[in-house]
Ligand binder design. Structure first.
Ligand code: IMP
Length: 430
C-alpha cells in the first residue's frame, strides 16, 4: 500500500489544501508533520469553504484519522478555537478522528509576543513572519526548554518545565524591554487548557506504525513550501522547520522507507509572502494581473503576495531535495489570456550561467533570471477536467514545465473545486 507525502515545491500557497483534500478521500490517515498555524489551507467542498490552519485537512472528511505529529508546533488555544469553528460548520471532531502526538511542542503566548517584538524591533532582523510564534517555539524545542503536550498531564512536571522556559525567556524579555512573564498566571492558563487538549493526546508514532503494518494508507500533509525550508530555503527568510519531504518521517516517527510517493505541489507561476529573495518577481502590470486573477492574498495574515513568472530552476531544485516523484500543477487558469508567458530557465551571475540558485545571499541578490518565452492562450482553462479541454498552448506550457523541472505532472488542478482536476498518475496506486 502506498503512503504519500505532499509538499509545497515553492514558497508555500501552491494550493496544497485542495490536493490534500482530493487525495484524502483515498487515504485512511492524514498526518501533519511540520509547521503550525502559520499555514493556511482553504478547502472548498460543495461550495462550503473551510479554512484550516492547525488541523490536518482530513478532518473535514468523515471516516478518516487526522494526526498532528511531533514535528508540528501547536498553539493549544488556537487549536481549540479552530476546532470550534470547524465544528460550527457541521464537522465532527473527536479523539477518535483527531490525535495529537504527546511529544508535540506547545506554542505559548510569549512565543507569539517574542516573534512580533523581534519583527518590529529593527529592519535588519525582519523576516516577515506570520507573527504566530512559530520560530520562537522551534527555538525552545531545540533549546530543550519547550513544554510538550504530555507535560500538561502532570502539574509537578508542568511547573518544572515552565520554570525552565522562564529562566531563558525572562532574560531575553528583559533585553527586549518586555515585562517578565507571570509564572503563576501562565501555569493557570496551561492547567485550564490541559483537559481540552489531553483527550486528543496519543503515541502517534505507535499508532501510525500499526496502521502502516495493517496496510492503511497514510497521507502526509506538508505546510509552507520547500523554499521556506530551514536548511534548503532562502535562509534566513524561511520558516523554522524542515519543510522538505524527509521531514515527514521524523515529524511523526515513521521510517523513511514507509514513504512510497512524494507529490510536489507547484503553482503555474510563483508567489511569495514576507521578505527575501525572489528572482522572477514582477513589479509591473503582469505581476499585478497574476495577483488579481490568482486572488493572491495570504490565508493566514491577509497580506498581499508578491507575484512573478514560473521559476523552473527553483522548482527543479526543490523536486530534487524532496525526491518528488510527480507534481500537481495548480492555478494554470490564472495564466489564461496572457499573450506571452515567461519561464525562468537559469540565472546569470556576473556573466556566468547557473542552473540553480546559489546559497550565498550576495550571489542570490545578483542572480538575474534568464527567461524562455512561450506563446500564451486566449481560451479559458478554468474547470478543465481532461487534456482534451485544454488549449494546445496550455498543454505545451505544461510539457515544457515537466521537461525543465525534470519531473512529470501527476495531477493538474484547474479550479479550487475538487473535481476540477486532471489525473495523470494516481500517487496512491499500488
Ligand atoms: P513564520 O513561519 O511565521 O516564522 O514565517 C517565516 C516565513 O515563512 C515568512 O516569510 C512567512 O510569510 C512564511 N510563511 C509561513 N507560513 C507560510 C505559509 O503557510 N504560506 C506561505 N508562506 C508562509
Amino acid at each position: 500500500m502506498a503512503n504519500v507525502v505532499v509538499v509545497g515545491a515553492q514558497w508555500g500557497d501552491e494550493g496544497k489544501g485542495k490536493i490534500v483534500d482530493w487525495l484524502s478521500e483515498r487515504a485512511d490517515v492524514i498526518a501533519r508533520f511540520q509547521g503550525g498555524h502559520n499555514a493556511g489551507h482553504t478547502l472548498v467542498i460543495d461550495g462550503e469553504v473551510y479554512k484550516l490552519h492547525a488541523l490536518p485537512s482530513g478532518v473535514v472528511r468523515g471516516g478518516k484519522l487526522s494526526v498532528i505529529g511531533n514535528g508540528v508546533v501547536l498553539d493549544p488555544w488556537h487549536l481549540i478555537k479552530e476546532i470550534g469553528t470547524i465544528q460550527a460548520q457541521g464537522v465532527e471532531i473527536t479523539p477518535e478522528n483527531l490525535m495529537i502526538a504527546e511529544n508535540t511542542p506547545l506554542i505559548l503566548p510569549f512565543h507569539g509576543e517574542l516573534d512580533r517584538a523581534r519583527e518590529s524591533q529593527n529592519s535588519v532582523a525582519k523576516i516577515g513572519t506570520t507573527g504566530r510564534g512559530i520560530g520562537p517555539c522551534y527555538e525552545d524545542k531545540v533549546g530543550r526548554r519547550v513544554i510538550r503536550v504530555a507535560d500538561l498531564a502532570d502539574n509537578a512536571t508542568l511547573e518544572l518545565r515552565v520554570d525552565r522556559a522562564l529562566v531563558h525567556h525572562n532574560a531575553l524579555r528583559n533585553g527586549l524591554g518586555l515585562e517578565p512573564i507571570d509564572r503563576n498566571a501562565l501555569i493557570a492558563q496551561l492547567q485550564e487548557i490541559a483537559p481540552k487538549i489531553l483527550p486528543f493526546a496519543a503515541p502517534v508514532w505507535k499508532v501510525l506504525n500499526e496502521k502502516r503494518k495493517a496496510g492503511k494508507r497514510i497521507l502526509f500533509e506538508g505546510a509552507q513550501g520547500a523554499l521556506l525550508d530551514i536548511d534548503f530555503g532562502t535562509y534566513p527568510f524561511v520558516t523554522s522547520s524542515n519543510v522538505i519531504a524527509g521531514q515527514a518521517s521524523t515529524g511523526v516517527g515513521i521510517g523513511p522507507g514507509s514513504i512510497d510517493f512524494v507529490l510536489g505541489i507547484v503553482k503555474a507561476y510563483t508567489t511569495r509572502v514576507g521578505e527575501g529573495p525572489f528572482p522572477t518577481e514582477l513589479d509591473d502590470d503582469d505581476g499585478q494581473r497574476l495577483g488579481e486573477r490568482g486572488h493572491e492574498f495570504g490565508t493566514t495574515t491577509g497580506r498581499k503576495r508578491r507575484c512573478g513568472w514560473f521559476d523552473a530552476c527553483l522548482v527543479r531544485q526543490t523536486c530534487a531535495t524532496s525526491g518528488v516523484n510527480g507534481i500537481s500543477l495548480t492555478k494554470l487558469d490564472v495564466l489564461d489570456g496572457f499573450e506571452t508567458l515567461k519561464i525562468c530557465v537559469g540565472y546569470d551571475l556576473d556573466g556566468e550561467r547557473l542552473d540553480y540558485l546559489p546559497t550565498a545571499a550576495d550571489q542570490q541578490a545578483r542572480c538575474k533570471p534568464i527567461y524562455e518565452e512561450m506563446p500564451g492562450w486566449s481560451e479559458s482553462t478554468e474547470g478543465a477536467r481532461s487534456w482534451a479541454d485544454l488549449p494546445a498552448n496550455a498543454i505545451k506550457y505544461v510539457r515544457r514545465v515537466e521537461e525543465l523541472i525534470d519531473c512529470p505532472v501527476a495531477l493538474l488542478s484547474t479550479s479550487p473545486e475538487r473535481d476540477d482536476t486532471i489525473l495523470v498518475t494516481d500517487p496512491f496506486a499500488d
